[in-house]
Design a protein. Structure first.
Length: 248
């Protein structure tokens, strides 16, 4: 039910108002969006797995094995999902980011979006964009420093949103696992869908994604999260009942 509400809220990205990207609020949006980046996702995964396995168990050995199962499954699904998204889906669709399109329209990019993506690899695009945003063809005051740095870092294709996918994967996984297995602090797991939606909104507000990028990224995350839940349940049940075969 909560994930359904979260999904419905994610659809509201289509009617989000714009924000001033030179205002302090935009810097807070950057901080929020980075919580679903690599370092943020790892920190959230470790913290919530710790809550999951903190319930009373017969032995610390079993807690360690459960911790390992959760972390391994999440690392696998997050890693495989990111690889498929970045290397296959995004490259196949080749949708430029909205901020890159806007910069080209404002004649601050110095080339078309198609040329920007086709002529350079990601590190070269980052260097080129940093120079373009600092050049005379663009008013640097129009962007908060943190927003400008975020634009420079995010130079891959746009569809679907990797941040939205990672956030919804974690929200789906921990809401399902927390409801089924957690004995303490269950309320914490119910906060994650709202966090995932806010991450998706931040992507649109910062100009690095369109609403449809976030919605499709969220759907991808939900599917990956469901796969992670299914895999974890199987592995954890083998730990609980080693006589059925598998982990001992």
């Amino acid at each position: 039910m909560i994930m359904t509400v979260g999904w419905a809220m994610l659809l509201l990205t289509f009617i989000l108002p714009g924000i001033r990207l030179d205002a302090p609020f935009s810097a807070w949006m950057v901080r929020l969006t980075t919580t679903a980046g690599l370092a943020g996702a790892v920190a959230i995964a470790v913290a919530f797995v710790g809550v999951l396995v903190s319930r009373a168990m017969p032995s610390g050995h079993r807690r360690r094995r459960e911790f390992l199962v959760h972390i391994t499954v999440l690392a696998l699904l997050l890693g495989v999902g990111a690889l498929i998204n970045e290397q296959l889906i995004k490259n196949a669709l080749a949708v430029p980011r909205p901020n890159i399109v806007w910069l080209a329209e404002e004649e601050a990019l110095g080339m078309t979006p198609a040329q920007f993506y086709a002529s350079m690899d990601k590190p070269e695009r980052r260097l080129y964009l940093r120079q373009a945003l600092a050049g005379p063809g663009f008013d640097a005051a129009a962007l908060n420093t943190k927003v400008r740095d975020h634009w420079v870092h995010e130079t891959g294709y746009s569809l679907p949103s990797g941040h939205a996918a990672a956030a919804m994967l974690l929200a789906t996984y921990f809401l399902a696992m927390g409801t089924a297995r957690a004995r303490r602090w269950r309320w914490m797991f119910h906060l994650l869908p709202a966090w995932a939606v806010l991450v998706g909104w931040s992507r649109v507000l910062l100009g690095v994604h369109r609403p449809e990028d976030v919605v499709w990224g969220g759907l991808l995350g939900i599917l990956l999260g469901a796969a992670a839940v299914s895999l974890s349940h199987r592995l954890l049940n083998r730990i609980k009942n080693p006589a059925q075969g598998g982990v001992t």
